[in-house]
Design a protein around this ligand. Sequence first.
Ligand SMILES: *Cc1c(COP(=O)(O)O)cnc(C)c1O
Length: 395
Amino acid sequence: MPIPVTRPLLPPLAEFMPYLEKVWASGTLTNCGDMHRQLEKALADYLGVEHLALMANGTLALVTALQALRITGEVITTPYSFVATAHSLLWNGIKPVFVDVDPATFNLDPAKIEAAITPQTTAIMPVHCYGNPCDTAEIERIAETYNLRVIYDAAHAFGVEDTGGSVLRHGDLSVLSFHATKVFNTFEGGAIICPDARTYRRIGHLKNFGFVDETTVVAPGINGKMSEINAAFGLLQLRHIDQALARRAQIDRMYREQLAGLPGITCMPPRGDGARANHAYFPILVDADFAIGRDALYQHLREHGIHARRYFYPLISDFPMYRGLPSADPERLPVARSASLRILCLPIFPDLADAQVERICELVRLAGREPQAPAAAIPAEAAAPAVADVAAVAA
Ligand SMILES: *Cc1c(COP(=O)(O)O)cnc(C)c1O
């Protein structure tokens, strides 16, 4: 059985039955029923945020968040993310402007944002990549100076806190994904976190075709509602989330201990003030002094049934619908490019066993030794003339 990079948190099926019975008894399957209301309330309490609007998925949440703030023109964003971040802009007829990332966090580099602002710029869409908080203070300063809105793609940041509280309180809006691959899942799902009741109400209209009441439609809204079944599953999931996060933290510690000091392998250090991390991913960097390249390590693990993933390779700016943009020029995105060529996310999920973590680390260590045996068999002197010959030819 191959080990995937993640496996959804699935509580025992028997625990879900009482929720299903309630849905059946109510006869309400969607359109913001009881389960939907309960989950919005429970999640806002758990996350420590004021208003939370459930959505059918994270992508529709991003698309709707942009519409809620009436964003147009150009939006500054990161090329180092899941493709849905930039897609949400295209779905709104907005031009993405890619800005390079910070070398320590791979989050949007605030030092490079100002140079990308034009008269058409209306907003910034940063991503808390791997659940590591962005430099929210600096992004806020820039947004205030230039009168820009900030929408955080917080798809990776469920439950993440800095010393001031939930990272979801930053910016004008934050967007969560509850996709099956995320830390907290409702099979498919998402949410928009907003600071005021007025925006929450507008999102309520936008996710329901623009309906305000039976006969009034105020915007060309989408159908972005979460169903009662998905919401019910979220309520069950919430009962298990603390345990799941604790297990992720253990796995994270095991990886760091077992991969420590391995030449050419760097475990990405947790960022922010680390008040509360969610260990959504376990990213490592494979550098030139590792015995084999990143893609060879990826392949090696795959051959042994370990499905590590190259999040995020390729960069969003390399996909055909983006690569023609001036801001997608690889020369302008050297840090993101370097990250995407070195990154590998190792499996991490609550049901991953200690023995599996050990096996993955052992496979990485063995891969690190692989070509050294044949290389050592060739004496250094024997190799030297060949290099000289090449040099002579080149001259
Ligand atoms: C998963 C993800 C999304 C999309 O969320 P869905 O719920 O799958 O639509 C958007 N942005 C990022 C960074 C993601 O990881």
